[in-house]
Ligand binder design. Structure first.
Ligand code: FAS
Ligand code: PHB
Length: 389
């Protein structure tokens, strides 16, 4: 097989890049380790920056998003029984859109089908060859049969556990990592959200987040220990703990119900530099991970795709390699700002096992400053709605 851009990974990064390229007449083939059903079975992000909304519009697959997504002009932050609102639209003139990553991925797969996109599932033993040459190629197996794709460029969109990042030699690559001493236990329930906006809660018992997918599908998280397990939590136990972490007036109105999904996600900050090596370019979780507190994971993947997409268009349409040569530096500049915001928000909102009384005082002072300062709220809003591309 031959294509202009070979894309490893059929998650949001890979599918979005493929669809954007297609709209510019640039060919690509996506190879994905799992089945489509498996990919669509993942429950992940829920908040979209305007930048990602714009890219989905450009990719021609924002119809359902506009029909079913919820525009959120602000968010609620609580500590103890105090709760205040950060008004994004008033402070920085932009809202966010609440629409699950699962639906984004479904819309991208549907758009790929409609445009005759090529996505090969159930691939194994993927190897990137000659990334430093101008004729890279992939080999992989499908049902035991060896396959090869010759291409001009390889986009590594294969997530944190993929092979693309590890193709960049250790001597060239530098990884930066921070592991948080807790995880998030998430529950999906067919119940109306406790509030029409998200509630980020700092409580002495641990962090909690009240989110949603639609008017009758809620997404809740509570901070849990790293050695915890979803099996340790009955639905009733989860609801009782969540109620103890959010303000009493919210807990009183919380509608509980059976969980339809219950899982634990570990939290880490991670960045690999550089994000390119020869004609291999990394996008999304293949290159960086953030704790989900700031809702930056999916959205930072989108900004990488934006930079790589525009660089590839410049190459094929104008013969310019400038965008490709500067891709890593440009993407990393925004990645590190998303890492900083996610680390800051996570540090302010969670209980750390080793934290001292002084650390606790700093957390409350941070929250008090955010509650009382328009400048602090504007800085938070600017990061939460998404820094410019
Ligand atoms: P993805 O990991 O989504 O996709 C990579 C794809 O590559 C996968 O489909 C994988 O099967 C495939 N792949 C891997 N190795 C391969 C190989 N060798 N060959 C071919 N294919 C291969 N972000 C938020 O903003 N908010 C959240 O609440 C949130 N919750 C999360 C919960 C969990 C458990 C996880 C893991 C992540 C969460 N994230 C969240 C971050 C998440 O949304 C990512 O940022 C987003 O999925 C990034 O998309 P991709 O870069 O496409 O990576
Ligand atoms: C979600 O709805 O899953 C969600 C929302 C905001 C976050 C993290 C997760 O910061």
């Amino acid at each position: 097989m031959r294509t202009q851009v070979a894309i490893i990974g059929g998650g949001p990064s890979g599918l979005l890049l493929s669809q954007l390229l297609h709209r510019q007449g640039i060919s690509s083939i996506v190879i994905e380790r799992q089945t489509r059903e498996h990919v669509l079975g993942r429950i992940r992000a829920g908040v979209l920056e305007q930048g990602l909304v714009g890219l989905l519009e450009q990719a021609g697959c924002a119809g359902r998003l506009h029909a079913e997504g919820f525009t959120h002009d602000g968010t609620l932050i609580s500590y103890g029984d105090q709760m205040f609102r950060v008004d994004f639209t008033e402070l920085v003139g932009k809202p966010v859109v609440v629409y699950g990553q699962t639906e984004v991925t479904r819309d991208l797969y549907d758009a790929s089908d409609a445009s005759g996109g090529q996505v090969i599932h159930n691939v194994e033993n993927v190897v990137i060859h000659d990334a430093k040459s101008d004729a890279p190629f992939l080999t992989f197996e499908v049902a035991g049969e060896m396959q090869r794709i010759d291409c001009d460029f390889v986009a590594g969109c294969d997530g944190f556990h993929g092979i693309s990042r590890k193709t960049i030699p250790d001597a060239v690559r530098q990884d930066f990592e921070k592991i948080y001493p807790f995880g998030w236990l998430g529950v999906l329930s067919e119940t109306p959200p406790v509030n029409h906006e998200l509630i980020y809660a700092n409580s002495p018992r641990g962090f909690a987040l009240c989110s949603m997918r639609n008017a009758n599908l809620s997404r809740y998280y509570i901070q849990c220990s790293l050695d915890d397990s979803p099996a340790n939590w009955s639905d009733d136990a989860f609801w009782e703990e969540l109620k103890r972490r959010i303000p009493a007036d919210q807990a009183e109105t919380l509608v509980t119900g059976p969980s339809i999904e219950k899982s634990i996600a570990p939290l880490r900050s991670f960045v690999t530099e550089p994000m390119q090596w020869g004609r291999l370019f990394l996008c999304g979780d293949a290159a960086h991970i953030v704790p989900p507190t700031g809702a930056k994971g999916l959205n930072t993947a989108a900004s990488d795709v934006n930079y790589l997409f525009n660089a590839l268009v410049d190459f094929y349409q104008d013969g310019s390699s400038d965008g490709l040569e500067s891709y890593s530096a440009k993407a990393l500049s925004r990645v590190w700002k998303a890492e900083r915001f996610s680390w800051w928000f996570t540090t302010m909102m969670h209980q750390f096992p080793e934290q001292s009384e002084f650390d606790l005082k700093m957390q409350i002072a941070d929250l008090e400053f955010l509650r009382s300062s328009a400048a602090a709220q504007k800085a938070m809003a600017e990061n939460y709605v998404g820094l410019p591309y």
